[in-house]
Design a protein around this ligand. Structure first.
Ligand SMILES: C[S@@+](CC[C@H](N)C(=O)[O-])C[C@H]1O[C@@H](n2cnc3c(N)ncnc32)[C@H](O)[C@@H]1O
Length: 363
């Protein structure tokens, strides 16, 4: 079930062997076998994985309990093993999405196809036959990713998602994105995963992912809602399009837009000011979601400020959720692009850990 081939972009699903369904199955099985515990670091986490754009002194100010911190590191081999799982189904939608200040990767490819292809052919060298052509296409995809003039919207790491899901049986994801948390929920074999996303371009990919993988998670009920979070979560729990498990959700877990950093098709235009966006989207979404968290359940939100830390909507969010009824700070889970041990001496050394802010509701 490859994505419909509507253009010449070298989508990863075209290299999936022997088929998209089987490649996705292998990735889900690898994800299940993945040893998350071996990737968790608890020592001097701030030094190890700096949350560069958030004012941690303000967040952990006197009078507030500190967020207990853990860091999850990734290894280069994770990429081929399972990190491209959502791309097998929703890469096209991701390539149509813009990072602020850049054209979409799809537009970039269209504008520079000949140049990129020449570079890929040079990198691969001469040869012939179908296998050689495929190597060139795969290299072409890398050339797009590596070109400094192009920037891709990021996905969420499914192995991080799997460890955040942990023992939750019911998961509500109010900005479901490319489907990385859906994949992790299928790997975890949860009872219910409900994803909400207004982007019409991703829903067909969700369906294809579920039909490829559901036999590995036959008891998982998947409910996808095509709407904004603020609209879908506005009715009282149990009413409206979002299913409500008895007692509520064990886990609300999502990665909402980082304000205007990425521009998704189908999403309502955010207010031009961060405060307007926060009031129109993030506040009502979090309020509606918190009402759906079961007593003793958790809410985990992956969001970072933009570079430089201004305007500080993460700090606004932390203040908001801290004041929700029964909310206790549970963890600041940081995930790091790659384990620093694998980056020693590399120019690609990454300092930015991406934060996941997690609260528990009193039982
Ligand atoms: C792709 S995820 C964010 C990814 C994040 N930057 C990361 O690195 O993991 C954001 C998703 O939020 C969705 N979204 C945008 N506006 C929304 C809204 N009002 N309600 C719910 N989801 C929304 C977008 O369609 C998109 O799929």
């Amino acid at each position: 079930m490859p994505q419909p081939k509507t253009d010449d972009f070298p989508y990863k699903c075209m290299f999936a062997r022997p088929s998209v369904k089987e490649a996705a199955t292998d990735m889900l099985i690898a994800l299940r076998k993945h040893n998350t515990a071996s990737r968790i670091r608890t020592l001097d986490s701030e030094e190890y994985a700096e949350t560069a754009h958030v004012n941690m002194k303000k967040i952990n100010c006197p009078g507030k309990p500190r967020f207990p911190e853990i860091t999850i590191v990734n290894k280069p081999k994770d990429y081929a093993a399972f990190e491209t799982l959502s791309d097998l189904f929703n890469e096209r939608a991701r390539m149509m999405c813009k990072v602020k200040g850049y054209s979409t990767p799809h537009e970039f490819f269209t504008a520079h196809a000949a140049e990129l292809r020449a570079r890929a052919e040079e990198a691969v060298g001469s040869g012939s036959g179908a296998a050689h052509r495929q190597i060139i296409e795969e290299r072409l995809r890398e050339e797009i990713y590596l070109d400094p003039r192009c920037k891709e919207c990021t996905s969420h790491k499914p192995q991080v998602a799997l460890s955040v899901i942990d023992d939750a049986r019911t998961v509500l994801d109010f900005s479901a994105g490319w489907g990385d948390r859906l994949a992790a929920a299928l790997a975890a074999g949860v009872d219910l995963y409900c994803g909400i996303d207004p982007n019409p371009a991703v829903h067909e990919g969700y369906s294809r992912m579920v039909s490829a993988l559901q036999r590995l998670a036959p008891n998982t009920r998947v409910a996808m809602v095509q709407d904004t979070a603020q609209a879908a979560l506005a009715p009282p729990p149990g009413e409206g399009p979002v299913p409500h498990p008895e007692g509520g959700y064990d886990l609300v877990y999502t990665s909402p837009p980082y304000f205007d950093l990425e521009v998704y098709s189908g999403a309502p235009a955010p207010g031009s000011a961060a405060r307007a966006w926060f009031e129109a989207f993030l506040r009502p979404a979090l309020e509606g979601a918190w009402k759906r968290v079961a007593p003793g359940g958790r809410m985990a939100i992956n969001i970072n400020n933009k570079r430089g830390g201004r305007p500080g909507y993460v700090e606004w969010m932390v203040d908001l959720v801290d004041a929700f009824p029964g909310a206790q700070r549970a963890a600041l889970i940081k995930y790091y692009g790659l384990d620093p041990a694998d980056l020693e001496g590399s120019k690609r050394r990454q300092k930015d850990a991406q934060p996941i802010w997690s609260w528990r509701k009193d039982a």
